[in-house]
Ligand binder design. Structure first.
Ligand SMILES: [Zn+2]
Ligand SMILES: [Zn+2]
Length: 369
């Protein structure tokens, strides 16, 4: 029996979200039906709405869902009704990178995230018999319910506030994982974080947990820099109207930083993040630029052992990593609620506007039940 659900549907490129009643199919043997409690909103959802990924319309987005298991397929062994879960990013399990245990670099990841269907082309949601493209990141969590494969799902402790946990599925593990999984800093290593939105702030909190010092935040918005300071940045640089950011960083730490985290997707900022490094330092690129965007560096900078690399989804194995982040939250070391703004699902268009304007760092949608 299909489940009647309420979801935010986009029916045309750059259209508004409309709250509609849909039908959600039954979970397959290896799938789980989740009642979504809350879902974070990420820039990727808005890029999807605006047609960047060619996901067909009508579509339901959302890929930072947290909720409670309602039903499981007959082959599901790790989850049971009543479990609290976060739905993470999908991977195929079979490509060369998945076989090397690198699921975040799954070579089929893009189609599984953006294709709008399950891997076999089937859709999960319908309206009056017509398909709604609905497997965004294999979840489509801007809805009261979602179906996900048990492979991507993460069980979380029940004493953690569930409505804060969804963003760990994407922006949280992207930023924190880039630091804790990819950089692996030692206490006392210097780090600069370029762009302190949801991803940059997650990286910054992880850097503090790892004992980095100094932790330098660079951004255009004074309020974000103030928040970064209160979450652990030792220094804050307002980039507005400046061309000497690298010199400013070298005033704080003369040799440069061991690590830099680039989240802005601006070529000029990416170049600064590389130029701020010590020899043999590492710059991790997280900012997602449009296709065709190019950047240039001076070759000698890379010759001296500096590493520039991209990281997806914090190179996380979500079922191990997300529970650790939840522990940090419960211990007060990762107060993610300080970057969140909550909206009822019905106000999703306002959430999108405030996210694009930069007045909401991490919008979180609460589902009606
Ligand atoms: Zn794969
Ligand atoms: Zn995301």
């Amino acid at each position: 029996m299909p489940t009647p659900i309420t979801a935010a549907v986009v029916r045309e490129r750059s259209g508004t979200f409309a709250i509609e009643s849909l039908e959600l199919t039954d979970p397959r043997p290896d799938e789980v039906l989740v009642r979504i409690v809350a879902s974070g909103m990420c820039q990727t959802d808005l890029h999807g709405r605006d047609g960047y990924y060619d996901t067909p319309y009508p579509a339901v987005y959302g890929h930072e869902g947290a909720g409670v298991v309602e039903a499981v397929g007959r082959e599901v062994t790790k989850f049971a009704p009543g479990d609290h879960v976060v739905i993470s990013y999908p991977w195929c399990g079979q490509c060369p990178n998945c076989r090397r245990d690198m699921p975040s670099h799954c070579m089929r990841g893009r189609e599984l995230k953006m294709g709008g269907t399950r891997a076999d082309g089937s859709t999960l949601m319908r309206k009056d018999g017509a398909p709604v493209y609905s497997a965004f990141f294999q979840q489509s969590s801007f809805a009261t319910h979602a179906i996900a494969n048990e492979r991507y799902m993460v069980k979380v402790r029940k004493d953690a506030p569930l409505e804060l946990l969804g963003p760990f599925a994407c922006s949280g593990q992207t930023g924190a994982g880039a630091v804790l999984n990819s950089m692996r800093p030692r206490p006392g290593d210097a780090i600069a974080v370029f762009g302190v939105g949801a991803v940059g702030l997650s990286g910054l909190m992880a850097a503090r947990i790892a004992g980095c010092d100094p932790i330098i935040a660079v951004d255009l918005h004074e309020e974000r820099l103030a928040l970064a300071r209160s979450l652990g940045a030792s220094h804050a640089i307002n980039h507005t109207g400046r061309t000497d950011v690298v010199a400013e960083i070298r005033k704080i730490i003369g040799d440069g930083v061991r690590f830099s985290l680039e989240t802005s997707a601006q070529p000029a900022v990416f170049r600064e993040a590389v130029e701020a490094l010590v020899p043999a330092g590492t710059c991790v690129l997280l900012g997602s630029a449009r296709r065709g965007t190019e950047v240039s560096f001076e070759m000698p900078f890379l010759q001296f052992g500096r590493v520039v690399r991209g990281v997806i989804q914090g190179e996380s194995h979500p079922q191990d990593f997300i529970p650790k982040l939840v522990d940090f939250l419960v211990q007060g070391k990762m107060p993610v609620e300080r970057m969140m703004t909550f909206y009822p699902l019905a106000e999703i268009n306002r959430a999108a506007q405030e996210s694009s304007r930069g007045t909401a760092i991490k919008p979180v949608l609460r589902m009606p039940h």
